[in-house]
Ligand binder design. Structure first.
Ligand code: FMN
Length: 259
């Protein structure tokens, strides 16, 4: 009730569902991947059930899991994943963390890649803050077998990111992003805006994911429609400041591959 009173438009939010309900159609989704012969599937926020992972693998689907610590990477390997995505603290969007930690659930890629690489026997893919060839080379130097890139694609003409969101990324400076739980109840990296500033002191007092996400949905939807960047989630990684738009997917890929 406290958050409902503070978050704009939260009164219009749908009734709460819990994580269990969110999982209702999980097996159905897995069956669709098998039926349509999907060749790759990536998991985040935790492990898929053992049986589901086995079924998908048998169907020829290449499986990825998102890990934020060497320990999470190891349990993904043990669950039969074909490769692990190492999500560094630099990465935009939600954190895939799912195991308890003593310290922060967020390592920089510089520390994470070699630790995970040495502990695993499957390929590791580095994700977070990479936007050009230099990042790819650095990740490979540290032991990564590949990279995953998200934020640079948001400024592409092929992206469905709203103009206000794209403008916020294009105009952002070096340290304009931070981790927040204020939009969904789960840590995610985005460009700081008015909503994040207003409730900064309440980081950590949010409802758990996905409940908080449900409460902010009408506010985020309205902000997206009206082009108001101050009340939408501006998910972006630490590469945001180096990005210029408009661009396209070919150009982003060329920058990553150029020698
Ligand atoms: C807007 C946005 C949405 C994302 N959505 C997902 C998602 O649904 N599933 C997922 O596994 N990762 C998601 N990611 C994370 C990316 O797959 C990738 O790991 C990350 O963007 C890499 O860091 P970078 O943004 O600094 O390039 C998202 C990232 C962004 C920026």
């Amino acid at each position: 009730e406290k958050w409902k009173a503070r978050i704009p438009r939260a009164q219009d939010a749908k009734p709460f569902s819990d994580l269990k309900e969110e999982w209702n159609d999980f097996e159905e989704k897995a069956e669709l991947l098998i039926r349509y012969g999907v060749k790759a599937c990536s998991f985040t926020f935790g492990l898929p059930p053992e049986e589901t992972a086995e079924k998908l693998k048998k169907s020829g689907c290449f499986l990825f899991g998102t890990a934020t610590t060497p320990e999470e990477a190891k349990v993904f390997e043990e669950r039969g994943m074909d490769a692990v995505i190492l999500q560094g603290i630099e990465a935009g969007g939600h954190r895939g963390s799912f195991l308890p930690v003593k310290g922060e659930p967020a390592l920089g890629l510089m520390a994470l890649i070699p630790q995970a690489k040495d502990a695993l026997n499957i390929p590791v893919i580095a994700a977070g803050g990479i936007f050009d060839r230099r990042g790819v080379q650095a990740a490979r130097c540290l032991g990564a077998d590949g990279v995953q890139v998200g934020t640079p694609f948001l400024l592409c003409e092929e992206s469905s990111a709203s103009p206000a969101y794209q403008k916020a990324i294009a105009e952002s400076k070096g340290a304009d992003t931070r981790l927040t739980t204020l939009f969904s109840g789960k840590q995610a990296r985005g460009i700081v805006n008015q909503f994040m500033k207003t409730y900064e002191a309440d980081e950590g007092n949010t409802l758990p994911y996905p409940l908080h996400n449900t409460l902010t949905k009408p506010m985020r939807g309205h902000a997206a429609q009206s082009g108001d960047a101050e009340y939408m989630s501006l998910w972006a990684g630490q590469s945001a400041a180096k990005l210029e738009g408009p661009t396209d997917v070919r150009t982003v890929l060329d920058r990553l591959c150029e020698s």
